[in-house]
Design a protein around this ligand. Structure first.
Ligand SMILES: [Zn+2]
Ligand SMILES: [Zn+2]
Length: 386
């Protein structure tokens, strides 16, 4: 499969560069999804468009079992700083997370599998808006799921490029592989007045100092050291001028977790921290916004990926995961069917380009590797199920 994938390397690079030059933000992937539908239908896929707004479902084969392979298509609101021939043509928008290459690699899989015989169905999920939620707080994966993207799916697999891992290596591991995320929004209320007479006011800044300390103590003093998680403050806004104590100030932040039990505990500890406002004579309003669940890699999917990648690349090139609590809405898919996401090494040697940065880029020689692993996983899974 690796040889076959190298045979379409030119296409993979051309598609990736085309998407890279024409990046689109979440739920605005109209050009991208039109190109995806056009290319995939050229390989004989049945196509459903406008799934989860701007998503595309493509299928090869018939009946069950069904293995789903997912790629995300959206870009980030970032001005590209690279000086390359395929630089973004859309000012202020850039494929800085590698979703252009995910889309190209999955199209490559449809090309490879269009020439193979297999029982069951391969469903290609081209997902919009992994990076951002819409005005109802819902991102691309749950939107596509609501439109039936996971109906009948027995196993789901995805990859993400990884700029810190060399080309030819992948990373995958069972268990929690990314953090669940919720956002929180708070207003701390006091009583404004003259900055020279603070005793006549209820100073929301003074209150916020205590709350900030309490928030930062949640993971050192309230939650077990064996339960991973994070509480971070992302914004703190209030006041107008140097000699006025304002009535209120606003604070927002994020929380991360891997276990539902810990999530509940974090919510109640954040609420307790804000209760300090009452103790100190003020008040507060606090609202949580539910984000994506943690991504959990299922052993069945991980074993399949490890077996395939071990044979294609050599066992020593299948590495364990470097865990963090970054969010990834693939967790919504792998909540419904056993699933796993693996990291594909795309490091440019001697010149690491981290994601979500205006200098992000990948070593394109990884593209055929990604396509080959996904295609071979689909074949092995479906053939093994007969
Ligand atoms: Zn990203
Ligand atoms: Zn990403």
């Amino acid at each position: 499969m690796l040889d076959k994938a190298h045979g379409i390397e030119k296409n993979l690079v051309a598609w990736r560069r085309d998407f890279h030059m024409h990046p689109e933000l979440g739920f605005h992937e109209t050009r991208t999804s039109a190109r995806v539908a056009e290319i995939a239908s050229g390989f004989g896929c049945r196509i459903r468009r406008s799934v989860g707004r701007t998503g595309v479902l493509a299928e090869l084969g018939q009946g069950s079992p069904i293995i789903a392979l997912r790629a995300d298509m959206d870009a980030l609101p970032l001005q590209e700083a690279n000086q390359v021939g395929y630089v973004s043509q859309n000012p202020g928008v850039m494929h800085a997370c590698g979703h252009d290459s995910h889309t190209a690699m999955l199209l490559g899989v449809s090309a490879l599998l269009s020439k193979e015989k297999f029982p069951g169905t391969v469903r290609f999920i081209f997902q919009p808006s992994e990076e951002v939620a819409d005005n109802e707080g819902i991102s691309g994966a749950p939107r596509m799921i609501a439109d039936g993207a996971m109906q009948g799916v027995d196993l789901v697999i995805a990859l993400h490029v990884d700029s810190s891992t060399p080309v030819g290596d992948i990373r995958v591991e069972s268990g929690p592989a990314s953090g669940g995320v919720d956002s929180w929004f708070a207003t701390i209320t006091g009583k404004g007045g003259h900055a020279a007479k603070p005793h006549e006011t209820v100073d929301p800044f003074y209150i916020s100092a205590h709350i900030i300390m309490a928030l930062n103590s949640i993971f050192s003093r309230r939650i077990s050291a064996f339960d991973p998680g994070v509480v971070s403050i992302g914004s703190l806004n209030g006041g107008f001028t140097q000699n006025v104590i304002p009535d209120y100030l606003e604070m927002t932040g994020t929380l991360r977790y891997t276990e539902a039990r810990v999530r509940e505990q974090i919510h109640s500890e954040i609420t307790r921290a804000f209760e300090l406002a009452r103790t100190l004579g003020g008040g507060y309003e606090l609202r949580f916004e539910t984000g994506t669940p943690p991504m959990r890699n299922h052993p069945e999917a991980v074993n399949l990926i490890c077996g395939v990648a071990g044979r294609l690349l050599g066992k020593e090139h299948v590495l364990s995961m470097e865990k963090d609590l970054g969010a990834e809405d693939f967790g919504c898919f792998s909540e419904i069917a056993p699933g796993a996401m693996f990291l594909l090494g795309t490091r440019i040697e001697g010149d690491e380009r981290v994601g979500h940065n205006s200098y992000f880029d990948i070593d394109e020689s990884a593209l055929p590797i990604g396509s080959a692993i996904l295609a071979e996983c689909a074949l092995q899974y479906l053939l093994g199920k007969v």
